[in-house]
Ligand binder design. Structure first.
Ligand SMILES: Cc1ncc(COP(=O)(O)O)c(C=O)c1O
Length: 416
């Protein structure tokens, strides 16, 4: 394509003025369930039936026998670690390129996050880096299915089996994603999902733990319910915990939203694959590589690497130009997790009182994650992928236009 058009950033006509699909999507079904819950007066997990229904449906959809709804996808990770018996100062391997919670939940479980770098093509944990990060203190691995593409679970599970490690999938991006015909959340010992506002399935705030293991499920149920044993005496508390139960209004919303998930996931995957195939043709653009084991990508994010030298302009300028063209692209995480002030300063509050003296996250080396955070990562949000192929074509045209105008953009970026 040769648009020969001036960049919108510099006063030309934008590629797109119409908004993309807005998020969240809701309608009569949500209204009906919410009103029914309101009028029932049964607003808490222990009173009504919405959360219980959702837990069963969501778990079944992810090929697990148990689902435990909790207040968010950070708590689900922490409770998963506690249920799995992770003890004070045990080590848990996590990727550095993920949301804060994947690692902060480990600290809040009083365990030590150890970072293993990601693969530069798939943006998921590199199993070789995982193997290299293992020590005598390692007890668990938390692979993140980044952006909605399942991690290399076969290799990770093989390492875990050999070392008797617990695997907790952080599936916060991966509702409905499928790995070798098996759903995300059913591959490790436990799975952790988030229903926070931006997620592919949302009720504003919420989370859920999946597992097929009866003992782990019982432990999670106790942990999310003030340490009460399932079926036990009401005022008997057996383990340290709190009230992390999901409420009935969230359950009502999630049940209605869940009816939409399958169609939405198929649409996102179709559009995501199409966009990846088109963008990969431009110099310097590397959309997340689809692994052979990925049966279905849930595209919570569409992420690509922008090699600024090959593309011909720096990321910040490219993003500004895309935004001016009507494409809401962003740069994603600005820092690898070990570079976050919390880790650099070991601001762990009451956690890790002994281990923290020996820890030095300044020494952690995760060059792939650093490169992506510092200069190459570009994100597009999931709701864009609920639109039409014409929406994808607009995104492609905007990238093409920015690339064609890279020299002028480069000059602009040096003077602005
Ligand atoms: C990869 C990942 N893990 C965990 C979480 C935490 O979920 P929540 O915000 O529901 O606590 C998020 C959410 O943003 C996430 O992106």
């Amino acid at each position: 394509m040769n648009t020969n058009q001036k960049l919108a950033l510099l006063g030309g006509p934008p590629i797109r003025t119409r908004p993309f699909t807005a998020w969240p999507i809701f309608g009569k079904a949500e209204e009906k369930r919410l009103l029914r819950t309101l009028r029932s007066g049964k607003w808490g997990r222990l009173d009504g039936a919405e959360v219980a229904e959702f837990e069963n449906r969501f778990a079944a959809l992810h090929a697990c026998r148990h689902g435990i709804g909790v207040v968010n996808g950070t708590v689900s990770l922490r409770l998963g670690l506690m249920a799995a018996g992770i003890r004070a100062e045990d080590e848990v391997i996590v990727p550095p390129h993920t949301f804060f919670s994947t690692a902060s939940a480990v600290v809040e479980a009083n365990a030590v996050p150890v970072f293993a770098d990601i693969d530069l093509d798939t943006f998921n944990l590199d199993p070789r880096a995982v193997a290299a990060a293992i020590t005598a203190r390692t007890r668990a691995i938390i692979p993140v299915h980044f952006a909605g593409q399942p991690a290399d679970m076969e290799a990770i599970l093989a390492i875990a089996r050999k070392r008797k490690l617990v695997v907790i999938e952080d599936a916060a991006h991966a509702h409905g994603a499928i790995y070798r015909d098996r759903p995300a959340g059913s591959l490790g010992h436990l799975g952790s999902f988030s229903f926070q506002s931006s997620k592919n399935l949302t009720c504003g705030e919420g989370g859920l733990i999946t597992t097929d293991d009866d003992a782990l499920a019982d432990a999670c149920r106790a942990l999310h319910n003030c340490g009460r044993m399932p079926g036990g005496v009401w005022y008997e508390h057996h383990v340290i915990s709190g009230n992390y139960r999901l409420g009935e209004f969230q359950g009502a919303l999630l049940n209605a939203q869940l009816d939409r998930l399958e169609t939405q996931t198929k649409t996102r995957d179709r559009n995501g694959q199409y966009l990846a195939s088109r963008l990969a043709k431009l110099p310097g653009l590397y959309p997340q590589k689809r692994s052979a084991h990925c049966t279905r990508h849930s595209y919570h994010l569409f992420m690509l690497r922008l090699d600024t030298r090959a593309f011909g302009a720096p990321r910040a300028a490219v993003l500004q130009a895309l935004q001016a063209e009507g494409i809401p692209a962003s740069s994603g995480y600005g820092l690898s997790l070990p570079r976050q002030p919390m880790f650099q300063n070991k601001a762990f509050g009451p956690f890790l009182p002994q281990a923290s003296a020996k820890l030095d996250y300044g020494k952690t080396r995760c060059p792939n994650s650093d490169l992506i955070c510092r200069e190459q990562g570009v994100w597009l949000a999931q709701s864009l992928f609920l639109g039409t192929r014409a929406d994808m074509d607009d995104i492609v045209r905007a990238f093409e236009k920015v690339h064609e105008n890279r020299e002028v953009l480069n000059r602009w970026s040096k003077t602005s």
